[in-house]
Design a protein around this ligand. Sequence first.
Ligand code: M6R
Length: 592
Amino acid sequence: MCGIIGYIGKRQAAPIIFDGLKRLEYRGYDSAGMAIFDGSNGVQIKKDIGLVDDINKRLNFLSMQGNIGIGHTRWATHGGVTQTNAHPHISNNKKILVIHNGIVENYQELLTMLKENGFTFYSETDTEIIPNLIEFEMRKGKDFEHAAIDAIKQFDGYCAVLAMFEGERKIVAARNGSPLVVGVGNGENFIASDIPAFLEHTKNVIYIHDSDFVVLDSNRVKFFNLEDGKEVGRPLHSIDWDIEQAKKGNFDHFMMKEISEQVQTVKSAANQDKEILFEIADEMKKAKGVFLVACGSSYHACLTASYLFSKITKLHINVVLGSEFSNYENFLTPGTLVIAVSQSGETIDVLDAVKTARQKGSKVMSLVNVVGSSLHRNSDRALMLNAGPEICVLSTKTYTAQLTVLALLAYTIAGKYDEGKKNLEYLWNIIYNLTAANTRKYLMKLAEELKDKNHIFTIGRGLQFPTSLEAALKIKEVSYIHAEGFSGGELKHGTIALIEQGTPCIVFSSKENEKEIISNAMEIKARGGYIIGIDSKKNKDVFDFFIKVPDVGDLNPIIQIIPIQILSYQLAVLRGCDPDKPRNLAKSVTVK
Ligand code: M6R
């Protein structure tokens, strides 16, 4: 969480940092700040609470002069959302500036030590420790670079840090567990939490590894190992993402743009590297136990896969939440295969699960969207989701991309790769229709009906049970309407007590389990529930509102979620919520 960006070169840094911060805002958006250095007039700092654009209107970030700069957009972990706690933070001597993503776990101990040495503190953040620790090391006679290395080595916890020193034309950085990538330009260099922050300026990137210490000036980027201080080589990669993919285009919000892109992204996800796909399929067949591990929507995709693998290949897999994975470590052996599924490849609970698996000697493979992410680099083999950058905090196109790849994997294991590809190709026209303007207009009528409701329930059976969980997550995280998803049979074991006259319930139905799910819908309707049916045909007696989605059998989860993604978006807009930046959330959850 938190977005960080640095620039050093010939151009004015402020507009570059400002645009970069806006592209990183999905990582955290409770406050933001920038520090710019012009090489002579001291460092200028501007920071405040709120969104980057709003702060700019008040403080005019763009008026800051200088061609070295750092910027930060915050998701608070340590200390409240206040102007004082916003980054950058400055040392006691007012010369060292730091921005930071992560947590300094031994904060208390370092704070006490620095206070004993005469340092004073103005904020409640753990970050303020860092510039002062660097100053403390410089007081011992070390230069900025060496003082920064020695300071960073002293703190525990996952982090990505950028620092600059008023007297020098350089930015230093370090990474331990939190994302950080260098963008290499011509006579200028960039460093940020994520590639879209500088994609407009360069597509040449160098991925920073854990325990790397990086020194950037306008013409060079040097990498050192934090532990022994030795210089290390890191390869340059050219990425094929396009800046247009990271812009809103004609859409008001990234969320709707990304929902619409699913026509293309399901296609790209199905277009997998065949060699890796077959290799992973083979490993799954051979493994003595397969675990799928993920969080949030990615977890729902894995749950869906557990049904798909059972139906298509008769292969049993265990699906575990990243944060619960350590409870299963006794079942891990060198024969176990762990497949981690993550859009960002930076979710800390998933990365920790991978670490646990590695300690037990298990193989680790992954499905991931962000090339060069920690998960991508820490996997024995990885299948890419090919969905392009997902900027909205909510997963939409990457969720269906995960389902697509997992379905293709199931078909491949069953020896039905060609059939799987053909079945997936059949979805493209359907997705086109489901995201078309007339469908959106039709769903808007439902959104108008539901916008003032306090609760929405969602139910499904079998393959559609995880779809109901994902639908509820989409609705609640973006519109703040309480929503809960259930297996069709479960509601009557307690929650049906909440059904009143007019309580909306979204029912995912299909030919396969129509009889049972429709009886569950009837039970709800009999108690006054308002039934929204997602099905291939209208059940007039039961559905109060009907959303027609063709029945595509095992692939139903890929298309049935789409109307609910659109509905969630519309509910957010009607209720005045920002669909791209829901409150309290951040796109990559890099803290535990
Ligand atoms: O990047 P990941 O796929 O690992 O992220 C997992 C979750 O944090 C993510 O799916 C989250 O639940 C989103 N808010 C869902 O819209």
